[in-house]
Structure formats: structure tokens, C-alpha cells
Design a protein around this ligand. Structure first.
Ligand code: UDP
Length: 497
């Protein structure tokens, strides 16, 4: 009979042979959690091939260096991206570099052209791949998985709550016959009451020529062997159970993936290089009272109109509370820079820090001075806020962000809405002011004041923060799922090979 240590050795050997191929969508909101996923899988003993392109590899150089320095078993595979061949400017290798949304189709087709070179690369690898985890939008990765006779799991960067909403919409074609933009759509078989207008539903963005790609994505999603979620059991158990029932697919919750590394500097290195001096930013926060600062940031893709930014700034000023505000208007809207220089920055200089460009978001969120997060509700930002244990002000722009808002406000009860009525679609510039300075001021007060309701939200947020950390600690739900996933994929590979 094998001893316990022999059994452990066997299982360690099996996991070392388990080789995951991770193929992210090249958009920061999808790539960053996959970098974290690579980290988690490697740390639990698996081999990982992380597929990227030269421009994207440069962006994540900080993380690549960290992985090399710490001996993580991650191979970064740089494939040439055929941008020019598909009508994109040379070097346009990330969704945030696409100038017009009509070019998104070209971008997706260029991604699909990675299939051949990737297959050729993988044919030469030892151990050969055991499992592909690809972004849901890379439907063509399923062909590679079939060629190797291995499972393909999908990842879409959403939480399970939003994934379920999206799945029901696509399966039941819920949006097709909805003409009235104010009509409230119901979601049959959704575990809790939910109503959304068409515009606020994920998948409502119509991009020219994307219909066939959407069809391929859905068909391959149905055929996939399961779904990986950047979430954890204790956050949305009801929706995970429901998703598994409705789709008949296993949900692997492996998150919150942003907690993969306790080394906060390594965490900061996994996205773009910060455009601000991180140490200076932390020194500024050190001067503020614990829990007193609102962090305002709308992710990597949202495009807020200059007039709306001014209105937001005036609301922050009127709140008389400290804030860190990330502005990405940059070169695109020089009028914002002019307005900041005309007096705003001077007026708020004692309690407002403005970051232009890419902020070290996780570093900031986890600083003790931060007491609230005004977010566009991208899922990564949302779960980073959850991990930080802080309540949120929700300001969704597009995609599944309006659904995430419902999760935060109605289900978790850890946030307040700023009150966004209209969608600002990706790649479409908003022109109107839809959120007034009064609404901003009110939301900040509601969240940051001492009242009972705010206190309750803070307590709930803290509790979720604790649960999030536990999920990835030894014996926690996501920790166990990572081990199980590695074991299961390793066993399947051994059985077939
Ligand atoms: N992010 C960051 N600094 C920024 C903007 C974004 O570090 O200035 C990170 C953020 O922490 C998150 C990701 O980029 O991990 C954005 O993903 P999310 O899903 O929140 O939004 P998206 O950008 O996809 O809309």
C-alpha cells in the first residue's frame, strides 16, 4: 500500500504534468485576470503556457519578470499578431488600441488567425497540453482542443450573475423583438427578480459584421467542457448553482484571481505600467484619514464625455470629501486638461489627487485611506473593490456593467447607484451629461457619511472582503477548486495519453 507521502508525491507529479494553455482576449479587463489565473495555476503546481503577442508582452513585462524571478512555471508564448493583414494599423494588438468600433471585427479575425501558429507551437510541447482555457470570444480555440483531444474551458471575465443573464439572453434570443427601449425585460428562471432595459443588457452592442462571430462563439460555448469564473462560491452560490443547472456545465470558481499574489508590487505590475509615481501616490494616501477617501476610476475602455467629466469633478468638489480621481481623457480631450488647469486642481489640491492615464488601481484600493470606490462596474474593478472590503458607488457605462451594478446594489447590498440612466456604448462617445454634479455629491455623501445605512454597507463590504481572502487560503473554496481542476485535467490527459 502506498504511504501518504508517496501518494502526495504522485499527486504532485501528476500536477506537474498538467499543462494548461491560457489564451486571453487582448483587452486589459480580460488579460489581467488571466495573468492572475496563470499565477494561481502555476503556484498550485501546474505548467502554464500563456499565449500573447509582442505588444501585449511588452505591457506585461513587469509580470513576466516577476514570474521569471520567482520561478513560476509559466511559459509566455509570443505569437506575431497579423494586424496589417486584417486591415488594422501595425501594432494594434489590444482592444484599447482599436480606433473605431467597426474595426473590432477585423481585430477578432486577426485573433482567429493565431490558430495555425498556435497549433504548430503546441504540437512541439512536452508535456503536451492537457487543457485549454480560452477567452469565450476565441471560439477557434475549440478546434485546437479537438485536435489535441483535450477539454476546452471558457472564460469570459464576467461574474456568474452576469454570465447567467447573458446566457439566458442568447439562448432565448430575448432582445430580438424588443423595440421599445424603455421596456423592462424579465429573465425567466433567473434565481432572483431582475429586470433590465434592452440597452442595459450584455450583448446589446451591435457591431457591424459581428453576427457570424457571435454565432460561432455561442456554438462553441455550448460545446465547451466547462467555465472558469473569476469569482468565489461564497459570493454568488445561488447563481453558480443556477448556471450549472441551466447550462449543464461545470463552473470552476477560482477567484478572486486578483488575490493571487500577496506581493503588492507584483500585483501592480500585471497591467500597464502606471503613469504615476506609485510611491508618491501612496505617500499622499498616507496623509489621509483611514477610510476617508473615495477612489474614482472607470477602467480601461470606458470613454466619458468631457462635459460629463467636468460635472463629475464639480460633484466631487461639492462633496468636500477627499478623493483620488483617475482621468483617461488625456490627448483625446484637451479641453478636460484645460478645465483642470483653470482652477479645479488648485481648488481641491489639499484633498484631491488626480491621476492621468493608468493608475496602480489595486495598490490604491487596498490602501487603508480608501473608504469608497466609484466604479464603472467592470467585473475586475468590482471584484477588486470586493476584495478591498469597501463599498461602491456604481456608474456603469456599457456591456455587463449594468448587471454587475444590480449584483452590487440589490444582492450584495454593498453599494449605491449614482443613477446612470443611459448607456455609453464602447467606442461611441457620449455627448450628454447624464449624471449631474448633485447626483455625484449625493452618492458620495450617502456612501462616505456616518449614517446607519452607510455603516451597514461598510460592514457588509468588510465581510465580503474577509470571505474573498478565505476563498483563496489553504482549504478555501477557490483554493480547493484550483487543486481539483489541476487534478481532473491531469487525470483526463493521462487517461487519453
Ligand atoms: N486598471 C488599472 N489601472 C487603471 C485602469 C484599470 O490597474 O488605470 C485595471 C483594473 O484594476 C482592472 C482592469 O484594469 O484589473 C480593468 O478591468 P475592468 O473589468 O474593471 O474594466 P474594463 O477596463 O474591462 O472596462
Amino acid at each position: 500500500m502506498a504511504s501518504a507521502s508517496q501518494a502526495l508525491n504522485e499527486s504532485q507529479k501528476a500536477s506537474e504534468r498538467t499543462h494548461f494553455v491560457l489564451i486571453p482576449l487582448m483587452a486589459q479587463g480580460h488579460t489581467i485576470p488571466m495573468i492572475d489565473m496563470a499565477h494561481l495555476l502555476a503556484e498550485h503546481g501546474a505548467q502554464v503556457s500563456f499565449i500573447t503577442t509582442p505588444v501585449n508582452a511588452t505591457r506585461m513585462a513587469g509580470f513576466i519578470n516577476h514570474a521569471l524571478a520567482t520561478g513560476l512555471t509559466i511559459q509566455f508564448v509570443k505569437l506575431n499578431f497579423p494586424a496589417v493583414e486584417f486591415g488594422l494599423p501595425n501594432g494594434c494588438e489590444n482592444a484599447d488600441m482599436i480606433q473605431s468600433r467597426d474595426l473590432f471585427k477585423n481585430f477578432m479575425e486577426a485573433c482567429a488567425a493565431l490558430r495555425e501558429p498556435l497549433t504548430a507551437y503546441l504540437r512541439q510541447q512536452h508535456p503536451s497540453p492537457s487543457c485549454i482555457i480560452s477567452d469565450m470570444s476565441h471560439w477557434w480555440a475549440a478546434d485546437i482542443a479537438r485536435e489535441f483531444g483535450i477539454p476546452r474551458l471558457t472564460f469570459n471575465g464576467f461574474c456568474t450573475f452576469a454570465s447567467l443573464v447573458r446566457y439566458i439572453i442568447v439562448r432565448d434570443n430575448l432582445l430580438e423583438h424588443v423595440e421599445d427601449e424603455n421596456e423592462l425585460i424579465n429573465f425567466p428562471r433567473f434565481p432572483t427578480p431582475l429586470q433590465l432595459t434592452k440597452e442595459k443588457c450584455p450583448g446589446s452592442l451591435s457591431v457591424y459584421g459581428l453576427e457570424q462571430i457571435r454565432k460561432n462563439i455561442y456554438e462553441e460555448e455550448i460545446r465547451s467542457s466547462g467555465v472558469v469564473m473569476n469569482s468565489f462560491q461564497e459570493l454568488e452560490a445561488l447563481y453558480i448553482e443556477s448556471f450549472e443547472q441551466i447550462t449543464a456545465k461545470k463552473v470552476w470558481t477560482l477567484g478572486p484571481m486578483c488575490l493571487c499574489n500577496q506581493d503588492i508590487n507584483a500585483m501592480a505590475a500585471r497591467g500597464n505600467k502606471a503613469s504615476t509615481d506609485e510611491a508618491q501616490c501612496l505617500r499622499w494616501l498616507d496623509l489621509m484619514k483611514p477610510g476617508s477617501v473615495t477612489f474614482v476610476s472607470f477602467g480601461s475602455l470606458a470613454c466619458t464625455a468631457p462635459r460629463q467629466l467636468v460635472e463629475l469633478g464639480l460633484g466631487l468638489e461639492a462633496s468636500k470629501k477627499p478623493f483620488v480621481w483617475v482621468i483617461k481623457a488625456g490627448d483625446k480631450f484637451p479641453q478636460v486638461e484645460e478645465w483642470l488647469a483653470e482652477g479645479f486642481e488648485e481648488r481641491v489640491k489639499d484633498r484631491g489627487l488626480i491621476i492621468r492615464g493608468w493608475a496602480p488601481q489595486v495598490l490604491i484600493l487596498w490602501h487603508k485611506a480608501i473608504g469608497g470606490f466609484m466604479t464603472h462596474c467592470g467585473w475586475n474593478s468590482t471584484i477588486e473593490g470586493i476584495c478591498a472590503g469597501i463599498p461602491m458607488i456604481t456608474w456603469p457605462h456599457f456591456a455587463e456593467q449594468f448587471v454587475n451594478e444590480r449584483l452590487v446594489v440589490d444582492v450584495l447590498k454593498t453599494g449605491v447607484e449614482v443613477g446612470v440612466k443611459a448607456v455609453t456604448q464602447w467606442g461611441q462617445e457620449q455627448t450628454e451629461v447624464t449624471v449631474t454634479r448633485d447626483a455625484v455629491e449625493k452618492a458620495v455623501s450617502k456612501l462616505m457619511d456616518d449614517g446607519e445605512a452607510a455603516e451597514e454597507m461598510r460592514m457588509k463590504a468588510k465581510e465580503f472582503g474577509v470571505k474573498a481572502r478565505k476563498a483563496l487560503e489553504e482549504g478555501g473554496s477557490s483554493y480547493n477548486n484550483i487543486n481539483l481542476l489541476i487534478q481532473e485535467m491531469g487525470n483526463q490527459a493521462n487517461a487519453s495519453g
